[in-house]
Design a protein around this ligand. Structure first.
Ligand SMILES: [Zn+2]
Length: 189
């Protein structure tokens, strides 16, 4: 298979510069595919089972600044990571958690929102504007919020009250500070 002009690897990976990057939208996926080829060259099959080693599922915002494995000391195979805009517990998150617990053995749930979340600036008016623009109202709620802690509590409550989840005792919620890298736990009360 041919890949358009793969760029050389940075001489010193991890020094913050990313000389292999090109902001052109048409090039980004080619860059990812090229990076994967380098990854696969080093990759050895760890022979893991699909069941997460640490029996934990993490529900978090999709935010690009949040590296869950690095931030939580997680290794490959340790956990399920389930992400969406906001890290909000929607029906689809419940679907994934149900499969995670019932089919793949997880028992604990960690919920992570973060400072500076894009959803803090949106309102349900976003749906209305979408409808006006495209002529169709989305079936989903935007799930925007004004208060991070309150939304973490709401998400914890949705997990704890879901009849589909057999393990609802070990559910904890946090706000990740994107400027310090620290998690702050949210009191569920
Ligand atoms: Zn976010």
């Amino acid at each position: 298979m041919s890949i358009s002009a793969p760029q050389p690897k940075p001489a010193q990976p991890g020094n913050g510069s990313r000389p292999d990057q090109d902001d052109s939208a048409t090039a980004v996926i080619d860059q990812l595919v090229a990076a994967n080829e380098r990854y696969a060259e080093e990759f050895t099959d760890p022979g893991m089972d699909a069941r997460p080693v640490r029996h934990v599922a993490i529900v978090a915002c999709m935010d690009a600044r949040l590296d869950l494995h690095e931030a939580l000391g997680l290794e490959l195979g340790d956990c399920h990571t389930i992400r969406n805009a906001g890290g909000v517990v929607t029906d689809d998150i419940i679907r994934s958690l149900t499969i995670s617990q019932r089919a793949l053995g997880t028992r604990s749930v960690v919920l992570i929102h973060h400072t500076g979340c894009g959803l803090l600036n949106l309102t349900e008016e976003f749906r209305h504007e979408l409808e006006l623009e495209v002529g169709q109202r989305p079936s989903w709620a935007v799930e925007s919020f004004k208060d991070l802690d309150q939304d973490v509590r709401q998400s914890m409550a949705r997990v704890r009250t879901s009849p589909f989840l057999p393990h609802r005792d070990d559910v904890r919620g946090f706000v990740f500070d994107v400027t310090t890298g620290l998690l702050r736990e949210v009191d569920p009360a």
